[in-house]
Design a protein around this ligand. Structure first.
Ligand SMILES: [Zn+2]
Length: 244
């Protein structure tokens, strides 16, 4: 209660500013919403697209993403995750819902939605788990009841993935991600859809997919809000979809 009152008082003192450009007024201003819409992969509507990193990690699951991690979308994600702007999570959750819908297809009933884990050090610094929160918000917009399950964990001491090269990321993450022991029986034979905010090299999601398959998941797919396109982490897009 005290915390909520404190947050309301801060809202009164500090006008909200746009997570994309800093302009005071709303969580994301109109011009930034338009710029955000321009980053979606499917031009004429808000559906997500199956994407894959190039080069593609061996354990890569079928993965849907809504749009490109670039400019305003990158700033909004960074503000939500690292800038304390949790008011931006509903926007990202809504976009993640499009990807989740694509990844689930007709198989939503009984599916498990599992957030990619954040490294313990990162989690401590942020104080919570924004990707899990995005997953919860997305699930509210997906009918037929898939279940959110916190099943994956990152080993203590794993470095944050930011700033690491592709090979270093894979070494770092594939040895670190595992399914929590008591969650393993729940995964057996089920469709798992991993959720994450951004796919870059694909190493994190591939390692998560591998861990879920080893724990007995029937099938593993993935859904992310955005996909980054950078150097060797470029994403192969179907014909007709504009690249950078
Ligand atoms: Zn703006």
């Amino acid at each position: 209660m005290g915390e909520r009152l404190g947050a309301s008082l801060i809202d009164l003192i500090l006008p909200q500013s746009c997570g994309g450009c800093g302009r005071p007024g709303s969580a994301v201003c109109e011009p930034c919403l338009r710029a955000l819409a321009d980053l979606r992969f499917v031009r004429d509507h808000d559906a997500a697209l199956a994407i894959r990193p190039e080069p593609c990690p061996e354990a890569w699951p079928v993965c849907y993403a809504w749009g490109r991690y670039l400019g305003v979308s990158a700033r909004v994600v960074r503000a939500a995750k690292d800038g304390g702007r949790r008011d931006l999570l509903p926007i990202l959750g809504t976009l993640l819902a499009r990807s989740l819908t694509g990844a689930l297809g007709r198989d939503a009933p009984g599916a498990l939605v599992i957030p990619a884990p954040s490294a313990p050090r990162t989690k401590r610094a942020r104080g919570d788990h924004p990707v899990r929160a995005m997953g919860e918000l997305a699930l509210r917009q997906v009918p037929k009841g898939p279940i959110l399950l916190d099943a994956l964990t990152s080993a203590r001491g794993v470095a944050d993935q930011a700033g690491l090269g592709r090979d270093a990321r894979w070494r770092n993450i594939s040895s670190a991600v595992s399914v929590r022991g008591r969650r393993r029986p729940v995964l057996a034979g089920r469709l798992v859809v991993l959720v994450d905010d951004v796919v870059t090299s694909g190493a994190t999601l591939a390692a998560c997919a591998q861990a879920c398959r080893e724990a007995g998941a029937g099938e593993v797919r993935a859904a992310t809000v955005l996909a980054a396109r950078r150097g060797s982490g470029a994403h192969r897009l179907p014909k007709g979809v504009a690249a950078d």
